[in-house]
Design a binder for this molecule. Structure first.
Ligand SMILES: Cc1cc2nc3c(=O)[nH]c(=O)nc-3n(C[C@H](O)[C@H](O)[C@H](O)COP(=O)(O)OP(=O)(O)OC[C@H]3O[C@@H](n4cnc5c(N)ncnc54)[C@H](O)[C@@H]3O)c2cc1C
Length: 384
């Protein structure tokens, strides 16, 4: 049976694990870092199912700080990382229907301090930006010019390619099934019987974060995976939709809708957040029907038959922030979970923080400048 010996094992090769693997390879011996992925391809779960937005004003405070720090990397990645822009322009229009004046006011108050260039628009100015909204279903909007698309595939592949190029090892079809702490080392076992000896184990298992913790003898953090469904459909005949903004209703999470351009078509979602369990999740028919109804009520678009439907998991701990850092109660166990709906936009910042905490190095200046506070992300905050 194969026996491997490394310093750090990262479990999960979604955007969280891939970005950390790349980051560690910049500052330590990459051949001593092993990235494990249960599936035969990395990115099959949440990372490959996102709406691909970078929205620095979206999420709780530490998420926003990590997202801004990540933005500096995405805007100017190192030479050779990718040959396409990672943050193509987009912009977000938050629209309010009759009766939603208060929700629009609340959102404006929330976004004003953190969203550069935010504009409040009346119905006419909103229609000028998105003429396909229904005038009788619109009282106004907020225009966020700062938010962009993010090329998730290029980012994820850039991290994985860069990691492997320096000698880092990625193993797919490699599920970690058991782990024991033996003195100062982990003894790990994969489903195919491979055994691994490692000093540190990083939990980047996405929705399976608490499942993995249980296999390693660590207490759970209370991670709740929430289903979000999405679909693509054809835009109006003859319309060039490529430069449309993302348009989202101001409704509370789970009750609204959004639409954005996606590879020549449009992507729609009911912005649902339905509690579930870690799994290869599928959309409920009702999710799609609700989204179609909401989109066709608020806009002049006809969805017709979606060209594709899917769902993914957004996994949260109670305060909605990420969980990054060593577990005081489980030596050598490091958390990198709770990415919620922000795991792509925040990945470079989260990876920089995780790498600093793993190596004991000072926080990088980019994180300090954005006010990132490791205590606000530490697992200990969740343990009372
Ligand atoms: C519809 C939708 C829209 C979204 N839109 C956005 C957006 O616009 N912007 C944004 O920033 N975020 C968005 N998100 C959220 C984002 O997709 C997630 O936060 C992010 O992908 C989480 O990445 P991850 O690496 O933690 O998890 P994952 O991508 O799920 O990766 C975890 C990996 O761990 C592996 N794994 C689990 N257990 C084991 C084990 N025991 N052994 C080996 N491997 C294991 C899994 O197979 C999986 O591949 C969206 C999510 C959804 C569903």
């Amino acid at each position: 049976m194969e026996l491997l010996d490394v310093d750090t094992v990262i479990v999960g090769a979604g955007i969280a694990g891939a970005s950390l693997a790349w980051q560690l390879a910049q500052q330590a011996d990459p051949t001593r870092v092993l990235l494990l992925e249960r599936e035969s391809q990395p990115g099959m779960h949440s990372t490959g199912r996102s709406a691909a937005m970078w929205m620095p004003s979206y999420g709780p405070p530490a998420v926003r700080a990590l997202t801004r720090a990540a933005g500096a990397f995405y805007a100017a990645p190192p030479p050779g990382f990718t040959d396409v822009p990672l943050l193509p322009p987009r912009g977000v229009l938050y629209v309010a229907a009759p009766g939603q004046e208060a929700a629009l006011d609340d959102l404006e108050r929330e976004l004003t301090p953190c969203c550069a260039g935010l504009l409040r628009l009346d119905a006419a100015a909103t229609l000028a930006r998105a003429p396909w909204l229904r005038a009788d279903q619109l009282i106004g909007s907020l225009w966020d010019p700062e938010s962009t698309d993010i090329d998730v595939h290029a980012l994820h592949q850039g991290y994985l390619r860069g990691f492997r190029r320096t000698g880092g090892q990625l193993r797919c079809d490699a599920e970690l099934v058991a782990a024991q702490r033996d003195g100062h080392r982990w003894q790990l076992q994969l489903a195919d019987g491979t055994r691994i000896n490692a000093a540190v184990l990083v939990n980047a298992a996405g929705a399976w974060g608490d499942v993995l913790a249980a296999r390693c003898g660590a207490a759970p953090v209370g991670l709740v995976p929430r289903r979000r469904s999405a679909f693509t459909f054809r835009g109006p005949a003859g319309a060039d939709t490529r430069a449309w903004p993302l348009v989202a209703s101001v409704d509370a999470e789970g009750e609204g809708w959004y639409v954005k351009p996606d590879a020549g078509q449009l992507l729609g979602s009911p912005a649902n957040a339905d509690d579930t369990v870690p799994q290869d999740v599928r959309p409920e028919e009702l999710d799609i029907a609700l989204a179609v109804h909401r989109i066709e009520t608020a806009t002049t678009l006809t969805v017709g038959r979606p060209t594709a439907t899917w769902a993914g998991l957004r996994s949260f701990v109670p305060d909605g922030e990420l969980v990054i850092g060593f577990d005081d109660a489980c030596p050598g166990f490091f958390w990198l979970v709770g990415q919620g709906g922000y795991g792509i936009q925040s990945a470079a910042g989260a990876a920089a923080l995780a790498a600093a905490l793993l190596s004991g190095a000072p926080l990088p200046a980019g994180l300090v400048d954005e006010g990132v506070d490791p205590a606000a992300l530490a697992v200990q905050r969740l343990r009372g």
